[in-house]
Design a protein around this ligand. Sequence first.
Ligand code: ADP
Ligand code: MG
Length: 582
Amino acid sequence: MIRVLDNFLINQIAAGEVIERPSSIIKELVENSIDAGSTAITVEVKSGGLSLIRVVDNGSGMDQQDAKMAFERHATSKISNASDLEQIVSLGFRGEALASIAAVSQVDLFTCQKGASIGTHVVNHGGAIVSLEGFGTPEGTCILVRNLFFNVPARLKFLKSVRSEAAAISDLMARLILSMPNISFKYVYDDKVIYLSSGNGDILSAIVTVYGNEVKGKLIPIDKQDMNGKIKAIGYVGNQTLTKLNRNAQTFFVNGRLVKNFLLSGCLSDSFRGSIPVNHFPFAVVYLNIPFDDIDVNVHPAKTQIRFKDERYIYQTLFRWFGDTLRERNAQNFLRTTAMSTLPADASIETMTDVSSYKEFKPSFGGQVAEGLKESVMGYAKVELNQTSIDDIPKFNILGIIFNTYIVVVGETELFLIDQHAAHERMLYEKFKDDLAFKKITTQLLLSPIIIELNKIEMYIFPNVLQPLLYIGFEIEVFDQSSLIVRGVPQLFIHMDIKTFISNVIDQYDTHKDLTLDFRLEAIIRLSCRKAVKANDKISDFEMNNLLEGILKNRIPLVCPHGRPIIISLSQHEIEAKFKRI
Ligand code: ADP
Ligand code: MG
């Protein structure tokens, strides 16, 4: 039998589309507050948003009639006819957020218009208005959402853990703070103030609220406009020392709207390629202005996807801008870190990107800049041949090291190139796993403990990586609300930058996957071996021989722990074929 669905059911179905998880509710509520012209917005959350979400604003408020209407599906004050759809300036306009939220929770709405003598209190449970009365309440609007999905228990099952919902909310709050530097946001989680932004309109101050003071000295401002006046970009990108192992620290806004766009993140990565380590991602908070005519906005309110009409132009322009920004800063740093006397008079930044000049200039590099540049040269010099399996290596003769990376070894009928970093890494990895299996890991206590400052999101993630860290021999614990303390480190880590290592461990932890302990452990061990090689990248003759012997005896698998080959070979036959002798 065909029947027309009742309104409750319709709203519950709609809720499935609009309300994916607690953070989507907060997004909708905060966007409503922004649309209402608020300058201060407080978001309070308990238990990952499942037990309580409270959003308080100082915006326009609603009169009693509107407070009731607001819960109706397709009730909106933001558009009234089809032509309004063409030029949408407000964030929400479909008029379904409040109806959808109320359909699956218990909502209290307190609201009062500016100058009104009395406000309104509406209670809505599961989509039905339970009470509506005049109520003394401050100007603005306060919405409480309790017991989310109380009437659709099946939806609860699809939620991630409280911790990952909390992480998603923190992430959202961070992006809201970045998107609206002129609004003061207060974010309180389980009674603790997590973020408090000034709302003074300063982008840098918003970035520092989210990422902490330590990023300050590592940011490069960007402020560009193209010749046709079409694209404008302001904001900050991180220098080479501020990179992450995922794209979470890349935030792009287009015309004020947070967007996820591969063209933008890809373009940023492309322009940094060679300047930062492989698999690292640049930091960025960039605000773009592009005429509405030049983009296709997907008008679904929950989506952050957009398409540019002229992708090539946007890509080329931004590629140049990002690259210029980095090069300008590099040039400054380069001059600062290099003693003039050690530089040839005609040296310029460009010459450093070729391998031969790198060797020549090497002694004059210092600190972080040198690291970045070295990576760039390594990347450039990478030898790529796709042969990943050699069974047996006969007698060998080490000819030397080329490009500072590859050990050249000649056997009876073959030439081998061994990536010393990859091989070294594999060797450490095998040893570490062995030591772990036989409980041979020793912890070296530090003379003075290391305090590591983390931002809020990192603090949320940390408990997920604590256990594996303890297991491999760290003595580490939470120190206070925003920092960790490290008292001891495993032997292998002595020369490492512990701070960077820990934040890399946290970075590479994927909040979207519920990983087993083994999986997390494996990831951390792999990362540690990679870092250990970096920290101590000069390999001694003794080690090199050990390495070759290890390979010879075939104790070392011929790929590094992430699957890159350790060794490639070129047979006499192949060489002769190349010279067209056969
Ligand atoms: P939409 O935002 O798409 O219009 P919503 O369901 O989110 O739909 O909200 C319905 C209406 O309720 C809005 O159009 C607005 O008029 C009113 N409203 C919601 N939240 C607020 C708020 N915080 N302050 C003032 N008005 C609000
Ligand atoms: Mg809305």
